[in-house]
Write a protein that binds this ligand. Sequence first.
Ligand code: GLP
Length: 246
Amino acid sequence: MRARVFPDYEAMSEAAAALVVLRLREKPSTVFMLPTGTTPLGMYRRLVEMYRAGQVSFAGATFFNLDEYLGLVPDHPASYHVYMKEHFYGLIDADPARTFVPDGSAPDPAAECERYEAAMREAGGIEVCVLGIGRNGHIGFNEPGASFLSRTRVVRLSESTRNVNAADFEENRAPQRALTVGMATIFESREVLLLASGTNKARTVAASVEGEISESVPASMLKGHPNAELFLDEDAASDLGSGVAG
Ligand code: GLP
């Protein structure tokens, strides 16, 4: 797993957007997996700008999102459906028929997870998976301890994750559970790009890059991936030893 350190958040976001556009130019029908959170916002902003400038089209691509809160209807303001619509899918020429976010309001969540996993399989699997990272090392909503063999499923969120995300919800109460694409599904992506920004990610980034591969640090799984890269800003890289390429 290679780590590239950029001077700041904007430079990191720019590089992430450039990689997405490069993959689209190589193959307009690329199948992407995409994250939510604050980290990828700069990348989405840049991609939307490039789309508006006529430099890129997303019309041939397929998009899958990583996760969604259980129990939220797709138009709930804190849902990842709304997030993606407002920050990306609603602002570009993505084909709604090839744009997927797990349905947190599905009557049978386990069946929804199976359906989602099958949709990724039918699309030929994920080619480019972009990830953020939680402060505790989670990827998607795969919290510490998640099996590297796991598939898309319903998970219980840790207290720390619920606290970090609480501000998005009324009375500061984040849902207790979520649907997330599993670790094995993420691992099978042909290419993985993990983005991390800010000092509050520095410790978990260092543990992921320099520690043992362990289910207690989900992002450490990527050390065993043949084609995974980390894009970091200097703050997120600040706990790394000197062995990291710039
Ligand atoms: C949420 C999402 C993750 C995301 C993480 C980090 O829990 N489910 O996919 O990577 O938050 O978010 P942020 O980028 O806001 O720090």
